[in-house]
Design a protein. Sequence first.
Lengths: 353, 262
Amino acid sequence: MTGEPPMLRVLAPGAMTTLQDVGRRGSQRLGIPVSGALDPLALAAANVLVGNAPDTAALEIAYLGPTLRVEATSVRVAVAGGSAIIEVIDAEDGAPPRRVPPLTSMRLVRGQTLRIGGLSGSVVGYLAVAGGFAVEPFLGSRSTLVRGGLGGFAGRALRADDLLPLATPAAPTRDEMTLPELAFAAPERVRVVLGPQEDHFTAEGVATFLASAYTVSPSTDRMGMRLDGPTITHRDGFNIVSDGIAPGAVQVPGNGVPIVLLADRQTTGGYPKIATVISADLPGLGRLAPGATLRFQAVDIDTAVAARRAFVAEIDGLAARLVPARGAGTAVAARLYESNLVGGFVDMHGDVA
Amino acid sequence: MSSAPQPSSPPRLLAAGDTALVVEFGDAVDRRLNARVLALTHRLEAAPITGITELVPTFRSLMVHYDPLVIAPADLAAQLGGLAEDLPAVDQPGRLWRLPVCYDPAVAPDLAEVAAACGLTPDEVAARHSGETYHVYMLGYLPGQPYLGDVPEVLRLPRRKDPRVRVPAGSVAIATAMTVVYGVECPGGWHLIGRTPARLWDLRRQPPALLAAGDRVRIEPIDRDTLAALEARAAAGTYAPEPEAEPESADTAGNDAAEAAP
Protein backbone atom coordinates (compact mmCIF):
# COMPACT_ATOMS: atom_id res chain seq x y z
CA MET A 1 0.00 0.00 0.00
CA THR A 2 2.40 2.68 1.14
CA GLY A 3 6.10 2.68 1.94
CA GLU A 4 5.48 3.70 5.51
CA PRO A 5 6.51 1.22 8.18
CA PRO A 6 3.56 -0.58 9.81
CA MET A 7 2.33 1.21 12.89
CA LEU A 8 -0.42 1.58 15.42
CA ARG A 9 -1.17 5.22 16.09
CA VAL A 10 -2.13 6.10 19.64
CA LEU A 11 -5.27 8.25 19.54
CA ALA A 12 -5.80 8.00 23.31
CA PRO A 13 -3.21 6.37 25.57
CA GLY A 14 -5.44 4.96 28.32
CA ALA A 15 -4.60 5.41 31.98
CA MET A 16 -1.22 3.70 32.08
CA THR A 17 -0.40 1.60 29.03
CA THR A 18 3.10 0.15 28.85
CA LEU A 19 4.89 -2.48 26.81
CA GLN A 20 5.64 -5.53 28.97
CA ASP A 21 6.96 -9.04 28.46
CA VAL A 22 7.93 -11.47 31.21
CA GLY A 23 10.61 -9.19 32.60
CA ARG A 24 14.28 -8.34 32.54
CA ARG A 25 16.37 -11.09 34.09
CA GLY A 26 20.00 -10.92 35.05
CA SER A 27 20.38 -7.20 35.70
CA GLN A 28 19.13 -6.87 39.27
CA ARG A 29 22.71 -6.81 40.45
CA LEU A 30 23.07 -3.56 38.50
CA GLY A 31 20.12 -2.14 40.42
CA ILE A 32 17.63 -2.75 37.62
CA PRO A 33 14.19 -4.07 38.60
CA VAL A 34 12.79 -7.05 36.69
CA SER A 35 9.50 -5.43 35.58
CA GLY A 36 7.29 -7.46 33.23
CA ALA A 37 3.59 -8.24 33.08
CA LEU A 38 1.63 -8.10 36.33
CA ASP A 39 -0.59 -10.90 35.00
CA PRO A 40 1.54 -13.29 32.93
CA LEU A 41 -1.45 -15.61 32.34
CA ALA A 42 -3.38 -12.84 30.59
CA LEU A 43 -0.25 -11.80 28.69
CA ALA A 44 0.18 -15.39 27.52
CA ALA A 45 -3.48 -15.71 26.54
CA ALA A 46 -3.42 -12.55 24.41
CA ASN A 47 -0.26 -13.73 22.70
CA VAL A 48 -1.38 -17.28 22.06
CA LEU A 49 -4.61 -15.99 20.49
CA VAL A 50 -2.64 -14.16 17.80
CA GLY A 51 -0.12 -16.97 17.30
CA ASN A 52 2.77 -15.47 19.28
CA ALA A 53 4.98 -17.16 21.84
CA PRO A 54 3.35 -16.66 25.28
CA ASP A 55 6.13 -14.36 26.51
CA THR A 56 6.07 -11.91 23.61
CA ALA A 57 5.92 -8.25 24.62
CA ALA A 58 2.41 -6.80 24.52
CA LEU A 59 0.68 -3.65 25.71
CA GLU A 60 -0.24 -3.87 29.38
CA ILE A 61 -3.39 -1.90 30.04
CA ALA A 62 -4.13 -0.67 33.54
CA TYR A 63 -7.64 0.48 34.50
CA LEU A 64 -8.53 2.10 31.17
CA GLY A 65 -7.51 0.95 27.71
CA PRO A 66 -6.09 2.90 24.80
CA THR A 67 -7.58 3.84 21.46
CA LEU A 68 -5.36 2.82 18.57
CA ARG A 69 -5.66 3.32 14.81
CA VAL A 70 -4.17 0.85 12.38
CA GLU A 71 -1.56 2.38 10.10
CA ALA A 72 -0.49 -0.88 8.51
CA THR A 73 -1.92 -3.04 5.76
CA SER A 74 -3.48 -5.23 8.45
CA VAL A 75 -2.76 -6.49 11.92
CA ARG A 76 -4.13 -9.30 14.06
CA VAL A 77 -4.81 -8.39 17.68
CA ALA A 78 -6.32 -9.93 20.79
CA VAL A 79 -7.19 -8.60 24.24
CA ALA A 80 -7.10 -10.68 27.43
CA GLY A 81 -7.38 -9.91 31.12
CA GLY A 82 -9.82 -7.58 32.79
CA SER A 83 -13.22 -7.34 31.14
CA ALA A 84 -13.75 -4.29 28.99
CA ILE A 85 -15.93 -2.94 26.29
CA ILE A 86 -13.86 -3.43 23.16
CA GLU A 87 -14.97 -1.65 20.01
CA VAL A 88 -13.84 -1.39 16.43
CA ILE A 89 -14.52 1.82 14.58
CA ASP A 90 -14.32 1.44 10.84
CA ALA A 91 -12.61 4.05 8.71
CA GLU A 92 -14.38 7.36 8.74
CA ASP A 93 -17.63 6.23 7.19
CA GLY A 94 -19.76 7.42 10.07
CA ALA A 95 -20.82 3.90 11.06
CA PRO A 96 -21.23 3.38 14.81
CA PRO A 97 -18.57 1.42 16.69
CA ARG A 98 -18.98 -2.35 16.61
CA ARG A 99 -18.49 -4.24 19.86
CA VAL A 100 -16.19 -7.21 19.61
CA PRO A 101 -15.61 -10.06 22.08
CA PRO A 102 -12.56 -10.28 24.34
CA LEU A 103 -10.29 -13.32 24.33
CA THR A 104 -10.78 -13.58 20.60
CA SER A 105 -8.33 -12.74 17.88
CA MET A 106 -9.35 -10.35 15.13
CA ARG A 107 -7.80 -8.93 12.02
CA LEU A 108 -7.92 -5.17 11.64
CA VAL A 109 -7.10 -3.30 8.45
CA ARG A 110 -5.66 0.11 7.70
CA GLY A 111 -7.81 2.94 8.98
CA GLN A 112 -9.73 0.89 11.51
CA THR A 113 -9.59 1.99 15.14
CA LEU A 114 -9.61 -0.26 18.20
CA ARG A 115 -11.00 1.24 21.39
CA ILE A 116 -10.68 -0.51 24.76
CA GLY A 117 -12.68 0.86 27.65
CA GLY A 118 -12.38 0.60 31.41
CA LEU A 119 -11.37 -2.74 32.90
CA SER A 120 -13.35 -4.63 35.49
CA GLY A 121 -12.80 -7.94 37.26
CA SER A 122 -9.06 -7.36 36.92
CA VAL A 123 -7.28 -4.03 36.75
CA VAL A 124 -4.89 -5.23 34.05
CA GLY A 125 -5.33 -6.48 30.52
CA TYR A 126 -3.09 -7.10 27.54
CA LEU A 127 -3.31 -6.20 23.89
CA ALA A 128 -1.12 -8.48 21.80
CA VAL A 129 -0.35 -8.01 18.12
CA ALA A 130 0.66 -10.89 15.86
CA GLY A 131 4.39 -10.77 15.30
CA GLY A 132 4.90 -8.37 18.19
CA PHE A 133 6.07 -4.78 18.31
CA ALA A 134 9.27 -3.72 16.54
CA VAL A 135 11.08 -2.44 19.61
CA GLU A 136 14.68 -3.25 20.46
CA PRO A 137 15.08 -5.16 23.70
CA PHE A 138 17.07 -3.48 26.45
CA LEU A 139 19.19 -5.83 28.55
CA GLY A 140 17.26 -8.75 27.12
CA SER A 141 13.71 -7.50 27.61
CA ARG A 142 11.15 -5.17 26.05
CA SER A 143 9.49 -4.48 29.40
CA THR A 144 9.04 -0.85 30.37
CA LEU A 145 10.33 0.50 33.67
CA VAL A 146 8.73 3.93 33.81
CA ARG A 147 10.52 4.92 37.02
CA GLY A 148 13.89 4.26 35.38
CA GLY A 149 12.88 5.57 31.97
CA LEU A 150 14.05 2.40 30.30
CA GLY A 151 12.77 -0.36 28.05
CA GLY A 152 9.54 -0.52 26.05
CA PHE A 153 8.56 2.54 24.02
CA ALA A 154 10.98 5.28 25.04
CA GLY A 155 10.96 4.05 28.63
CA ARG A 156 7.51 5.42 29.37
CA ALA A 157 3.78 4.87 29.20
CA LEU A 158 2.02 5.56 25.92
CA ARG A 159 1.03 9.10 25.00
CA ALA A 160 -1.38 10.41 22.40
CA ASP A 161 0.13 10.51 18.90
CA ASP A 162 2.75 7.89 19.66
CA LEU A 163 3.42 5.60 16.73
CA LEU A 164 3.97 2.01 17.78
CA PRO A 165 5.99 0.10 15.18
CA LEU A 166 4.78 -3.39 14.26
CA ALA A 167 7.18 -6.19 13.43
CA THR A 168 4.99 -7.51 10.61
CA PRO A 169 3.38 -5.33 7.93
CA ALA A 170 0.28 -7.44 7.36
CA ALA A 171 -1.71 -10.29 8.88
CA PRO A 172 -2.77 -13.04 6.50
CA THR A 173 -6.37 -14.12 6.82
CA ARG A 174 -6.96 -17.27 8.85
CA ASP A 175 -9.55 -18.56 11.26
CA GLU A 176 -9.88 -16.29 14.23
CA MET A 177 -9.40 -18.01 17.58
CA THR A 178 -10.88 -17.81 21.03
CA LEU A 179 -10.06 -19.30 24.44
CA PRO A 180 -13.23 -20.57 26.06
CA GLU A 181 -13.51 -20.93 29.81
CA LEU A 182 -10.44 -18.93 30.63
CA ALA A 183 -10.95 -16.48 33.46
CA PHE A 184 -8.74 -13.90 35.13
CA ALA A 185 -10.07 -14.01 38.64
CA ALA A 186 -9.08 -11.56 41.31
CA PRO A 187 -8.44 -13.75 44.35
CA GLU A 188 -9.67 -13.17 47.89
CA ARG A 189 -6.91 -15.27 49.35
CA VAL A 190 -3.24 -15.24 48.43
CA ARG A 191 -0.82 -17.97 49.46
CA VAL A 192 2.56 -17.13 50.95
CA VAL A 193 5.65 -18.93 52.14
CA LEU A 194 6.70 -17.34 55.44
CA GLY A 195 10.06 -15.61 55.46
CA PRO A 196 12.80 -14.83 54.74
CA GLN A 197 12.58 -12.60 57.83
CA GLU A 198 9.54 -13.75 59.80
CA ASP A 199 11.85 -14.00 62.81
CA HIS A 200 11.92 -10.17 62.86
CA PHE A 201 8.28 -10.19 63.97
CA THR A 202 6.55 -11.21 67.15
CA ALA A 203 4.43 -14.37 67.14
CA GLU A 204 1.41 -12.08 67.50
CA GLY A 205 2.61 -10.08 64.52
CA VAL A 206 2.79 -13.18 62.32
CA ALA A 207 -0.61 -14.31 63.59
CA THR A 208 -2.11 -10.92 62.79
CA PHE A 209 -0.69 -11.04 59.29
CA LEU A 210 -2.23 -14.45 58.61
CA ALA A 211 -5.56 -13.86 60.33
CA SER A 212 -6.49 -10.39 59.04
CA ALA A 213 -8.24 -9.04 56.00
CA TYR A 214 -6.26 -6.36 54.19
CA THR A 215 -7.61 -3.81 51.77
CA VAL A 216 -5.74 -2.80 48.63
CA SER A 217 -4.78 0.87 48.91
CA PRO A 218 -5.30 3.35 46.07
CA SER A 219 -1.58 4.15 46.17
CA THR A 220 -0.78 0.71 44.76
CA ASP A 221 1.29 0.71 41.60
CA ARG A 222 3.45 -1.65 39.55
CA MET A 223 6.19 -1.40 42.16
CA GLY A 224 4.18 -2.39 45.18
CA MET A 225 0.72 -3.17 46.45
CA ARG A 226 0.11 -1.06 49.53
CA LEU A 227 -2.44 -2.43 51.95
CA ASP A 228 -4.61 -1.03 54.70
CA GLY A 229 -5.36 -3.18 57.70
CA PRO A 230 -4.15 -4.32 61.10
CA THR A 231 -0.57 -3.48 61.94
CA ILE A 232 2.07 -6.15 62.38
CA THR A 233 4.45 -5.88 65.32
CA HIS A 234 8.20 -6.08 64.75
CA ARG A 235 10.32 -7.89 67.29
CA ASP A 236 13.09 -5.32 67.52
CA GLY A 237 13.08 -2.46 65.10
CA PHE A 238 12.13 -2.28 61.47
CA ASN A 239 15.50 -1.70 59.85
CA ILE A 240 17.60 -4.54 58.52
CA VAL A 241 20.78 -4.44 56.47
CA SER A 242 19.48 -4.10 52.90
CA ASP A 243 19.23 -7.41 51.09
CA GLY A 244 17.68 -8.84 47.95
CA ILE A 245 13.96 -8.72 47.25
CA ALA A 246 12.11 -11.66 45.73
CA PRO A 247 8.99 -11.25 43.60
CA GLY A 248 5.98 -11.08 45.90
CA ALA A 249 8.01 -10.20 48.98
CA VAL A 250 5.79 -8.81 51.74
CA GLN A 251 7.80 -6.11 53.47
CA VAL A 252 6.64 -4.45 56.65
CA PRO A 253 7.98 -0.92 57.18
CA GLY A 254 7.88 1.00 60.44
CA ASN A 255 4.14 1.64 60.36
CA GLY A 256 3.49 -2.10 60.54
CA VAL A 257 1.31 -2.24 57.43
CA PRO A 258 2.51 -4.69 54.78
CA ILE A 259 3.46 -3.84 51.21
CA VAL A 260 3.58 -6.63 48.62
CA LEU A 261 6.34 -5.96 46.13
CA LEU A 262 5.31 -6.44 42.51
CA ALA A 263 6.91 -6.38 39.07
CA ASP A 264 8.73 -3.03 39.30
CA ARG A 265 9.99 -3.70 42.84
CA GLN A 266 13.35 -2.29 43.88
CA THR A 267 16.20 -4.81 43.71
CA THR A 268 17.21 -4.45 47.35
CA GLY A 269 15.59 -3.07 50.46
CA GLY A 270 16.03 -2.53 54.14
CA TYR A 271 12.67 -3.50 55.64
CA PRO A 272 12.11 -7.01 56.99
CA LYS A 273 10.05 -9.31 54.81
CA ILE A 274 7.56 -11.37 56.77
CA ALA A 275 6.53 -13.60 53.87
CA THR A 276 6.68 -14.05 50.12
CA VAL A 277 3.66 -14.59 47.86
CA ILE A 278 4.06 -17.84 45.95
CA SER A 279 4.82 -17.43 42.27
CA ALA A 280 1.57 -19.07 41.12
CA ASP A 281 -0.50 -16.49 43.02
CA LEU A 282 1.34 -13.39 41.80
CA PRO A 283 -0.77 -13.04 38.62
CA GLY A 284 -3.94 -12.99 40.70
CA LEU A 285 -2.46 -10.40 43.01
CA GLY A 286 -1.76 -8.17 40.03
CA ARG A 287 -5.46 -8.19 39.15
CA LEU A 288 -6.69 -6.77 42.45
CA ALA A 289 -8.26 -3.33 42.35
CA PRO A 290 -7.92 -0.69 45.05
CA GLY A 291 -10.58 -1.37 47.66
CA ALA A 292 -10.46 -5.15 47.19
CA THR A 293 -9.82 -7.21 50.29
CA LEU A 294 -7.48 -10.14 50.55
CA ARG A 295 -6.14 -12.54 53.14
CA PHE A 296 -2.81 -14.28 53.31
CA GLN A 297 -2.54 -18.02 53.83
CA ALA A 298 0.75 -19.69 54.72
CA VAL A 299 1.68 -22.79 52.74
CA ASP A 300 4.84 -24.88 52.64
CA ILE A 301 7.27 -24.68 49.78
CA ASP A 302 6.21 -28.02 48.29
CA THR A 303 2.69 -26.67 47.92
CA ALA A 304 4.12 -23.53 46.33
CA VAL A 305 6.15 -25.54 43.83
CA ALA A 306 3.16 -27.76 42.97
CA ALA A 307 1.08 -24.63 42.35
CA ARG A 308 3.80 -23.22 40.14
CA ARG A 309 3.92 -26.46 38.16
CA ALA A 310 0.17 -26.25 37.58
CA PHE A 311 0.43 -22.58 36.61
CA VAL A 312 3.22 -23.20 34.10
CA ALA A 313 1.23 -26.14 32.70
CA GLU A 314 -1.77 -23.86 32.27
CA ILE A 315 0.30 -21.38 30.23
CA ASP A 316 1.92 -24.17 28.21
CA GLY A 317 -1.51 -25.65 27.56
CA LEU A 318 -3.16 -22.47 26.30
CA ALA A 319 -2.37 -23.09 22.64
CA ALA A 320 -4.07 -26.49 22.80
CA ARG A 321 -7.23 -24.86 24.15
CA LEU A 322 -7.69 -22.51 21.20
CA VAL A 323 -10.90 -23.01 19.29
CA PRO A 324 -12.07 -21.23 16.17
CA ALA A 325 -14.28 -18.24 16.79
CA ARG A 326 -17.22 -18.12 14.41
CA GLY A 327 -17.61 -14.37 14.44
CA ALA A 328 -19.11 -12.05 16.97
CA GLY A 329 -22.68 -12.85 16.02
CA THR A 330 -22.64 -16.56 16.78
CA ALA A 331 -24.10 -18.14 19.85
CA VAL A 332 -20.73 -19.41 21.03
CA ALA A 333 -19.08 -16.02 20.81
CA ALA A 334 -22.01 -14.30 22.42
CA ARG A 335 -21.98 -16.70 25.33
CA LEU A 336 -18.25 -16.21 25.85
CA TYR A 337 -18.63 -12.51 25.59
CA GLU A 338 -21.38 -12.54 28.16
CA SER A 339 -19.55 -14.83 30.56
CA ASN A 340 -16.41 -12.73 30.43
CA LEU A 341 -18.32 -9.58 31.13
CA VAL A 342 -20.32 -10.78 34.07
CA GLY A 343 -19.40 -14.27 35.11
CA GLY A 344 -15.70 -14.68 34.73
CA PHE A 345 -14.76 -14.69 38.37
CA VAL A 346 -13.92 -18.17 39.54
CA ASP A 347 -11.64 -19.25 42.32
CA MET A 348 -8.34 -19.86 40.57
CA HIS A 349 -7.01 -21.82 43.52
CA GLY A 350 -9.37 -24.66 42.84
CA ASP A 351 -7.40 -25.37 39.68
CA VAL A 352 -3.87 -25.06 40.87
CA ALA A 353 -3.67 -26.11 44.48
CA MET B 1 22.35 -5.80 64.12
CA SER B 2 24.26 -5.13 67.28
CA SER B 3 25.65 -8.64 67.57
CA ALA B 4 29.13 -9.05 66.16
CA PRO B 5 29.15 -11.16 63.01
CA GLN B 6 30.98 -14.43 63.04
CA PRO B 7 32.65 -14.26 59.65
CA SER B 8 33.32 -17.95 59.47
CA SER B 9 30.04 -19.32 60.76
CA PRO B 10 27.96 -21.25 58.23
CA PRO B 11 25.37 -19.21 56.37
CA ARG B 12 21.64 -19.40 56.94
CA LEU B 13 19.60 -20.55 53.94
CA LEU B 14 16.24 -18.80 53.87
CA ALA B 15 13.39 -19.35 51.44
CA ALA B 16 12.11 -16.18 49.81
CA GLY B 17 9.05 -17.74 48.23
CA ASP B 18 9.39 -20.57 45.74
CA THR B 19 11.71 -18.83 43.27
CA ALA B 20 14.45 -17.30 45.45
CA LEU B 21 16.75 -18.42 48.23
CA VAL B 22 18.76 -16.16 50.50
CA VAL B 23 22.23 -17.26 51.52
CA GLU B 24 22.73 -15.08 54.58
CA PHE B 25 26.20 -14.84 56.10
CA GLY B 26 25.32 -12.41 58.87
CA ASP B 27 23.30 -9.33 59.66
CA ALA B 28 25.85 -6.53 59.59
CA VAL B 29 27.57 -4.30 57.06
CA ASP B 30 30.97 -5.96 57.28
CA ARG B 31 33.74 -6.38 54.74
CA ARG B 32 34.42 -9.98 55.75
CA LEU B 33 30.78 -10.94 55.33
CA ASN B 34 30.59 -9.14 52.01
CA ALA B 35 33.76 -10.87 50.85
CA ARG B 36 32.08 -14.23 51.44
CA VAL B 37 28.97 -13.08 49.57
CA LEU B 38 31.07 -12.09 46.59
CA ALA B 39 33.22 -15.21 46.79
CA LEU B 40 30.10 -17.39 46.62
CA THR B 41 28.85 -15.29 43.71
CA HIS B 42 32.12 -15.90 41.87
CA ARG B 43 31.99 -19.62 42.60
CA LEU B 44 28.50 -19.85 41.16
CA GLU B 45 29.54 -17.87 38.10
CA ALA B 46 32.56 -20.08 37.55
CA ALA B 47 30.50 -23.27 37.90
CA PRO B 48 26.84 -22.44 37.30
CA ILE B 49 24.11 -24.60 38.81
CA THR B 50 21.38 -25.43 36.31
CA GLY B 51 18.13 -23.82 37.39
CA ILE B 52 19.66 -20.67 38.89
CA THR B 53 18.34 -17.71 36.94
CA GLU B 54 19.99 -14.75 38.61
CA LEU B 55 22.41 -13.85 41.40
CA VAL B 56 22.00 -10.65 43.42
CA PRO B 57 24.86 -10.07 45.86
CA THR B 58 24.13 -7.61 48.67
CA PHE B 59 25.96 -6.43 51.81
CA ARG B 60 25.64 -9.61 53.83
CA SER B 61 23.70 -12.10 51.75
CA LEU B 62 23.37 -13.49 48.28
CA MET B 63 19.91 -13.75 46.76
CA VAL B 64 19.73 -16.70 44.38
CA HIS B 65 16.78 -16.57 42.01
CA TYR B 66 15.91 -19.95 40.52
CA ASP B 67 13.27 -22.03 38.80
CA PRO B 68 11.98 -24.66 41.26
CA LEU B 69 10.71 -26.75 38.35
CA VAL B 70 14.32 -27.16 37.20
CA ILE B 71 15.99 -27.62 40.58
CA ALA B 72 14.12 -28.55 43.75
CA PRO B 73 14.45 -25.97 46.54
CA ALA B 74 15.96 -28.50 48.97
CA ASP B 75 18.52 -29.66 46.39
CA LEU B 76 19.52 -26.10 45.64
CA ALA B 77 19.82 -25.27 49.33
CA ALA B 78 22.02 -28.31 49.89
CA GLN B 79 24.30 -27.42 47.00
CA LEU B 80 24.56 -23.80 48.06
CA GLY B 81 25.28 -24.81 51.62
CA GLY B 82 28.14 -26.97 50.39
CA LEU B 83 29.56 -24.28 48.14
CA ALA B 84 29.35 -21.72 50.93
CA GLU B 85 31.82 -23.64 53.06
CA ASP B 86 35.43 -22.47 53.15
CA LEU B 87 34.79 -19.17 51.47
CA PRO B 88 37.57 -16.63 51.88
CA ALA B 89 36.58 -13.83 54.26
CA VAL B 90 38.95 -11.39 52.58
CA ASP B 91 38.27 -9.35 49.50
CA GLN B 92 38.84 -10.75 46.07
CA PRO B 93 40.93 -8.35 43.99
CA GLY B 94 38.16 -6.51 42.17
CA ARG B 95 38.84 -3.85 39.61
CA LEU B 96 40.40 -0.63 40.90
CA TRP B 97 38.95 2.67 39.72
CA ARG B 98 40.06 6.27 40.14
CA LEU B 99 36.95 8.38 40.35
CA PRO B 100 37.34 12.13 39.93
CA VAL B 101 35.29 14.09 42.47
CA CYS B 102 34.89 17.85 42.79
CA TYR B 103 34.30 19.07 46.36
CA ASP B 104 33.68 22.70 45.38
CA PRO B 105 30.82 24.13 47.52
CA ALA B 106 28.98 25.06 44.33
CA VAL B 107 28.39 21.35 43.63
CA ALA B 108 28.48 20.19 47.27
CA PRO B 109 25.47 21.80 48.94
CA ASP B 110 25.88 19.96 52.25
CA LEU B 111 29.66 20.22 52.59
CA ALA B 112 29.64 23.13 55.02
CA GLU B 113 26.97 21.54 57.18
CA VAL B 114 28.79 18.20 57.21
CA ALA B 115 32.03 19.94 58.12
CA ALA B 116 30.36 21.74 61.01
CA ALA B 117 28.72 18.54 62.24
CA CYS B 118 32.04 16.69 62.13
CA GLY B 119 34.12 19.50 63.63
CA LEU B 120 36.22 19.78 60.48
CA THR B 121 36.77 22.37 57.76
CA PRO B 122 35.27 21.67 54.33
CA ASP B 123 38.76 21.04 52.97
CA GLU B 124 39.38 18.51 55.72
CA VAL B 125 36.12 16.72 54.89
CA ALA B 126 37.23 16.50 51.27
CA ALA B 127 40.68 15.27 52.29
CA ARG B 128 39.30 12.60 54.62
CA HIS B 129 36.65 11.47 52.17
CA SER B 130 39.08 11.22 49.28
CA GLY B 131 41.77 9.57 51.38
CA GLU B 132 40.14 6.12 51.48
CA THR B 133 40.12 3.19 49.14
CA TYR B 134 36.45 2.26 49.03
CA HIS B 135 34.96 -1.16 48.54
CA VAL B 136 31.82 -1.57 46.41
CA TYR B 137 29.57 -3.62 48.67
CA MET B 138 26.76 -3.80 46.16
CA LEU B 139 24.73 -1.98 43.56
CA GLY B 140 21.15 -1.30 44.38
CA TYR B 141 18.25 0.99 45.09
CA LEU B 142 18.53 2.63 41.68
CA PRO B 143 20.15 1.66 38.40
CA GLY B 144 23.92 1.61 38.72
CA GLN B 145 24.07 3.03 42.23
CA PRO B 146 27.02 1.71 44.23
CA TYR B 147 27.22 1.46 47.99
CA LEU B 148 30.84 2.29 48.85
CA GLY B 149 32.46 1.78 52.21
CA ASP B 150 33.74 2.39 54.64
CA VAL B 151 33.63 6.11 55.26
CA PRO B 152 36.14 7.28 57.90
CA GLU B 153 34.64 7.31 61.41
CA VAL B 154 34.85 11.09 61.71
CA LEU B 155 32.53 11.56 58.71
CA ARG B 156 29.77 9.19 59.80
CA LEU B 157 26.47 11.03 60.13
CA PRO B 158 22.85 9.89 60.13
CA ARG B 159 20.77 10.63 57.07
CA ARG B 160 19.27 14.08 56.59
CA LYS B 161 16.01 14.73 58.35
CA ASP B 162 14.53 16.22 55.19
CA PRO B 163 15.30 14.18 52.11
CA ARG B 164 15.71 16.16 48.93
CA VAL B 165 13.12 15.68 46.24
CA ARG B 166 15.70 16.00 43.53
CA VAL B 167 19.35 15.06 43.61
CA PRO B 168 21.33 15.54 40.39
CA ALA B 169 23.04 12.55 38.80
CA GLY B 170 26.73 12.40 39.68
CA SER B 171 26.17 13.66 43.21
CA VAL B 172 28.53 12.10 45.75
CA ALA B 173 26.89 11.66 49.12
CA ILE B 174 27.56 10.19 52.55
CA ALA B 175 25.47 8.76 55.38
CA THR B 176 26.50 6.36 58.15
CA ALA B 177 29.51 4.33 57.00
CA MET B 178 28.54 4.48 53.34
CA THR B 179 29.15 6.81 50.45
CA VAL B 180 27.04 6.64 47.31
CA VAL B 181 27.18 8.18 43.89
CA TYR B 182 23.76 8.86 42.42
CA GLY B 183 23.72 7.36 38.94
CA VAL B 184 20.43 8.94 37.93
CA GLU B 185 18.59 12.00 39.14
CA CYS B 186 16.34 10.97 42.01
CA PRO B 187 15.12 11.86 45.47
CA GLY B 188 17.72 11.37 48.20
CA GLY B 189 18.27 11.74 51.90
CA TRP B 190 22.06 11.63 52.03
CA HIS B 191 24.50 14.50 52.53
CA LEU B 192 25.80 15.86 49.23
CA ILE B 193 29.50 16.59 49.52
CA GLY B 194 30.70 16.49 45.94
CA ARG B 195 30.09 15.67 42.31
CA THR B 196 31.75 13.34 39.85
CA PRO B 197 31.73 13.86 36.07
CA ALA B 198 31.86 10.09 35.58
CA ARG B 199 28.57 8.56 34.52
CA LEU B 200 27.97 5.60 36.75
CA TRP B 201 24.91 4.76 34.70
CA ASP B 202 25.08 5.25 30.94
CA LEU B 203 22.68 3.53 28.58
CA ARG B 204 25.18 3.95 25.75
CA ARG B 205 27.47 1.52 27.53
CA GLN B 206 27.21 -2.27 27.84
CA PRO B 207 26.70 -2.96 30.68
CA PRO B 208 25.35 0.48 31.56
CA ALA B 209 26.63 0.31 35.15
CA LEU B 210 30.26 1.46 35.47
CA LEU B 211 30.98 -0.33 38.76
CA ALA B 212 30.29 -3.83 40.01
CA ALA B 213 30.10 -5.31 43.49
CA GLY B 214 33.62 -6.09 44.70
CA ASP B 215 35.30 -3.28 42.78
CA ARG B 216 37.53 -0.80 44.63
CA VAL B 217 37.36 2.94 44.18
CA ARG B 218 39.89 5.66 44.94
CA ILE B 219 38.91 9.28 44.67
CA GLU B 220 40.87 11.88 42.78
CA PRO B 221 39.89 15.42 43.85
CA ILE B 222 39.36 17.79 40.93
CA ASP B 223 38.52 21.49 40.64
CA ARG B 224 35.45 23.01 39.08
CA ASP B 225 37.04 23.70 35.71
CA THR B 226 38.12 20.09 35.41
CA LEU B 227 34.64 18.97 36.49
CA ALA B 228 33.04 21.12 33.81
CA ALA B 229 35.42 19.90 31.13
CA LEU B 230 34.97 16.25 32.01
CA GLU B 231 31.19 16.61 32.29
CA ALA B 232 31.11 18.04 28.78
CA ARG B 233 33.19 15.14 27.50
CA ALA B 234 31.03 12.63 29.39
CA ALA B 235 27.92 14.13 27.80
CA ALA B 236 29.53 13.77 24.40
CA GLY B 237 30.42 10.17 25.16
CA THR B 238 34.17 10.75 24.97
CA TYR B 239 34.98 10.39 28.66
CA ALA B 240 34.56 7.48 31.04
CA PRO B 241 36.97 6.25 33.71
CA GLU B 242 38.87 3.05 32.94
CA PRO B 243 39.80 0.53 35.61
CA GLU B 244 43.48 0.27 36.52
CA ALA B 245 45.20 -2.41 34.49
CA GLU B 246 46.40 -4.55 37.40
CA PRO B 247 44.89 -4.97 40.83
CA GLU B 248 47.30 -3.69 43.43
CA SER B 249 48.71 -6.24 45.76
CA ALA B 250 48.53 -4.06 48.87
CA ASP B 251 44.79 -4.52 49.35
CA THR B 252 44.71 -8.15 48.41
CA ALA B 253 47.60 -9.54 50.35
CA GLY B 254 46.83 -13.01 51.57
CA ASN B 255 44.67 -13.90 48.60
CA ASP B 256 45.75 -16.38 46.06
CA ALA B 257 45.76 -15.00 42.57
CA ALA B 258 42.11 -15.03 41.90
CA GLU B 259 39.42 -15.09 39.34
CA ALA B 260 38.75 -11.72 37.86
CA ALA B 261 35.54 -10.01 38.76
CA PRO B 262 32.98 -10.32 35.97
